[in-house]
Design a protein around this ligand. Sequence first.
Ligand SMILES: [Zn+2]
Length: 296
Amino acid sequence: MKTFSMSPAAGERYVPVSCPVCGESRTREGWNCGSYRFARCIGCGHLYQNPQPHFDGLRARYGDDYFSYELENDANFFDLMLKGLQDAGFFELERKLGDRRRFLDIGCATGMLLAYLKNRDWRVQGVEICEPAARYGVEKRKVPIAVGTLDEAAFQDAAFSFVHFSHVIEHVPDPRAFLLEVNRVLEPGGYVITVTPNRAGLQARVFRERWRSSIADHLNLFSRRSLVRLLSECGFSPIGWKTWGGIAKGMAPNFVKAPLDRLAKLAGFGDVVLVVSQKISRKPQDPPVGPPDGAP
Ligand SMILES: [Zn+2]
């Protein structure tokens, strides 16, 4: 999958933020990418953009160019997403839910996954910040998509039994507030699947600032560890995870890439990480505290 990033517009405002994972505000040098940088939290090792681009500027990045990119890659992204969902046991969870099939896809692009699930008897709903992509989904795929952010959609409490967001949480300015809102709109016992670039993966460790996911639109670079911690603190119980992608296409001949991809998946150092979790109805407990994320 190629990665697309809109360049920040001239004059975008930036705001200082503290670590969304542990709340610490002090950082040390992380990855310097030129016009933006990822600071490293001294509390937990999390990498995040600080100062952070102001949300008004971020929102403006997801316009017509972004839509063209999404439409161009629609089928390819959908295939990858479906493989990921299958790998993560989505269809077993679907069976468990029986007729409680209410699916929310946050960052649904043109709604391809929603259209697919609608045909499997799910009641579906999308949220998409890129207005032309959302309009395309509503008009061409006949699926409901709210334009804007999850907050702005203002869904009712416990409106869904399944929430999915793939390649979204790394774009969100406040991932903790985002996950708490996901928790609110999900029914107790409902499932969440989140997919994000894995900054503890092989490619991130090798390429660092030049990693294909070290882009200006990614505000937070998660590892499985930091993602699981945040999910646990926001009222979810992680029940499974996968990583995949050993090395990017074109970076090695296939006789190297294929075994490396298999190994990455087995050993958990793949380029993308997926975590499945379930909403717990009791008060979330603090997860056990361990050593900070190591410096890749
Ligand atoms: Zn931290």
